[in-house]
Design a protein around this ligand. Structure first.
Ligand code: AMP
Length: 476
C-alpha cells in the first residue's frame, strides 16, 4: 500500500515524500482512513510503530479548511512528558512544511507568558502536557470549547504519572461532539474505563512492534559488585571496551543516581549529559539536542525522561540499575536497534538483582546471556538472601504500587528527596506521583475573570487527599 491510497491531501503527500517515507506503517495504514472519516480511533501501539504520523498526517489534511480563533484551539494533543510533546511538535513542523498552521506547545517548565501570547494569536494545533494546559484553562486564558479533535497519546504513561484525573477533566472541557484519537501501548482496567467513557463507537486498531526490533539488539548481563563504586567501575570498563560504540543511553532507576553517575562520568573524562525530571526545561532540551546531534556521547537518564523518545541512532544501552519492573527493560533496550540498525544492551547485575533479572527473562520469553563470568551458585544464593532483607541504603525495594496502577507501568521518578531507609516504599511512591503531577503546574497568579466554572485550587486537590501533596522530609 502507498501513502497516496490513504486519502491524504496533496500537500501532506508531498511532505511525506520529502521526508523519504515510501510505505505507510501498519498503524498508519489502518488508522489514517478512519481518522479522515472522522471516526474515533482507539490505537493500541507503542512508540516506534509510526503512530505519531498516524495522527499528524490526517490532522494536517483536515486542518487545511477552517481557521483558528483567539484562545480557542481547533485541535488538542495531550502528551505525558515535555519531551514527547516537543517530539510531536517536530512532526508537525516536518510534515506541515507546506501548511501555514499555528502550532503551540504548552508544557511546564517554560515561560507562561510566551505560551499565553501564542494562544491569543489563535492556534490550529495545541500540543500540551495536562498540568500546564489546565493552568491556562483555569486562568481563563484558554477555551477548549472549540476543539474539534482531541488526541490522547501514551495514555498508559499518563496513568503511570497520575495524570488520569487531569485527562478526565480535560475531556469534560472539550465539546462532546469532538473526534477523539486515543493511543496506548497497553490496556489496563483504568485505561479501558476511560476509553469506554470518552470514546464514541471507536475503531480499534492494534499493532505490535516488529519482533525484529528486539532481534536486532544484542542483550547481555554483566556481573558487578553491590557497591556504587563497583558499579561505576564496571560501567566505565564496559563503555571503554564496547564494540562499535557510537553513543549510549545509560538508565538509572532514580534521579539522584542519574545526577551522581553523571558527575562521576564527567570527572572520569567522559562526554556525558544527564536527563531527568528535576532539570529545568532548557537543560533537558539542551541535553537531548546535544545527544541527538552527536555532540554528547553518553546520556544518563531516568525512565520517565527517556521513555518514548525517538533517537534513531543509539548504538548502546546500559542499564546501570536493573529496572524495578520488567516491562521498563523492554522500553529501555528499545532505545537502541532502531530504524533498521543493530544495537547492544548491557545490564549491570549486582548480587541482589537475580529476582528482577528472572522477571525480565520471563517477560521477554528468553534467557539473557552473561558477558564474562556468570555469578556462581553461592553468589546467587547470597544475593537472593540479600534481596529478601532490606538493603543497607534503602534502595531497590519493589514496594507496592498505588491501587490504580497496572503491572505494565513503570515507577514515576521522584521530585522528593531520595528515600531514607525509614520511609516506606508506598509513602515514597505517593510523594512521587503527587510531585510528578504538581511539577507541570505553573505558579498561580492573582485570579483573572473566569470564562467557565473555576476549578479547584489545585488540579490535584479534587482527586488527591491533601496529605499526598505534602512534601515528605527525608531523614538523612
Ligand atoms: P513513532 O512511533 O511515531 O515514534 O515513530 C517512530 C519513527 O518512525 C520516527 O522516527 C518516524 O519518523 C518514523 N516513521 C514514521 N512513519 C514512517 C514510515 N511510514 N516509514 C518509515 N519511517 C517512519
Amino acid at each position: 500500500m502507498s501513502f497516496s491510497e490513504l486519502g491524504l491531501s496533496d500537500k501532506v503527500l508531498s511532505a511525506v515524500q520529502a521526508s523519504g517515507y515510501t510505505t505507510p506503517t501498519p498503524i498508519q495504514q489502518q488508522a489514517i482512513p478512519h481518522v479522515l472519516a472522522r471516526r474515533d480511533v482507539l490505537g493500541i501501539a507503542q512508540t516506534g510503530t509510526g503512530k505519531t504520523a498516524a495522527f499528524v498526517l490526517p490532522m494536517l489534511t483536515m486542518l487545511e479548511t477552517g481557521r483558528a480563533r483567539a484562545r480557542m484551539p481547533r485541535t488538542l494533543i495531550l502528551e505525558p512528558t515535555r519531551e514527547l510533546a516537543a517530539q510531536v511538535e517536530e512532526s508537525f513542523i516536518k510534515y506541515g512544511a507546506n501548511h501555514k498552521l499555528n502550532v503551540a506547545l504548552i508544557i511546564g517548565g517554560v515561560s507562561f507568558d510566551n505560551q499565553d501570547s501564542k494562544l491569543t494569536r489563535g492556534v490550529d494545533v495545541l500540543i500540551a502536557t495536562p498540568g500546564r494546559l489546565l493552568d491556562h484553562s483555569e486562568r481563563g486564558r484558554l477555551l477548549m470549547s472549540g476543539v474539534e479533535l482531541l488526541v490522547i497519546d501514551e495514555a498508559d504513561r499518563m496513568l503511570d504519572m497520575g495524570f488520569i484525573p487531569d485527562i478526565e477533566r480535560i475531556c469534560k472541557l472539550v465539546p462532546f461532539t469532538r473526534q477523539t484519537l486515543f493511543f496506548t501501548a497497553t490496556m489496563p482496567p483504568e485505561i479501558r474505563r476511560i476509553t469506554e467513557q470518552f470514546l464514541h463507537n471507536p475503531v480499534k486498531v492494534e499493532v505490535t512492534k516488529a519482533a525484529t526490533t528486539v532481534d536486532a539488539i544484542l542483550q547481555q548481563l554483566v556481573k558487578t559488585g553491590r557497591e556504587d563504586h563497583d558499579k561505576r567501575d564496571t560501567l566505565r570498563r564496559l563503555i571503554k571496551s564496547a564494540d562499535n560504540f557510537k553513543n549510549a543511553i545509560i538508565f538509572c532507576n532514580r534521579k539522584r543516581e542519574v545526577a551522581t553517575l553523571h558527575r562521576s562520568l564527567v570527572r572520569h573524562g567522559f562526554n556525558a549529559a544527564a536527563l531527568h525530571g528535576d532539570m529545568d526545561q532548557s537543560a533537558r532540551t539542551a541535553a537531548l539536542d546535544g545527544f541527538r546531534k552527536g555532540e554528547t556521547k553518553l546520556l544518563i537518564a531516568s525512565d520517565v525522561a527517556a521513555r518514548g523518545l525517538d533517537i534513531p541512532d543509539v548504538s548502546h544501552v546500559f542499564n546501570y540499575d536493573v529496572p524495578h519492573h520488567a516491562d521498563d527493560y523492554v522500553h529501555r533496550i528499545g532505545r537502541t536497534g532502531r530504524a533498521g540498525r543493530t544495537g547492544t544492551a548491557f545490564t549491570l547485575v549486582a548480587p541482589a538483582d537475580g529476582k528482577a533479572v528472572a522477571a525480565i527473562e520471563k517477560l521477554i520469553g528468553q534467557g539473557i546471556a552473561w558477558a564474562g563470568d556468570a555469578p556462581t551458585a553461592e553468589e546467587q544464593q547470597a544475593g537472593a538472601r540479600e534481596s529478601r532483607g532490606p538493603r543497607r541504603d534503602g534502595r531497590g525495594s519493589r514496594g507496592p504500587r498505588p491501587p490504580s496502577r497496572d503491572r505494565s507501568s513503570s515507577p514515576p521518578e521522584s521530585r522528593a528527596p531520595a528515600p531514607a531507609p525509614e520511609r516506606s516504599a508506598l509513602a515514597q511512591q505517593r510523594t512521587e506521583i503527587a510531585a510528578a503531577r504538581v511539577e507541570e503546574r505553573a505558579p498561580r497568579p492573582a485570579p483573572v475573570p473566569q470564562q467557565q466554572q473555576p476549578q479547584a485550587e489545585s488540579a490535584d486537590a479534587s482527586h488527591l487527599p491533601a496529605f499526598l501533596l505534602r512534601p515528605i522530609r527525608a531523614r538523612v
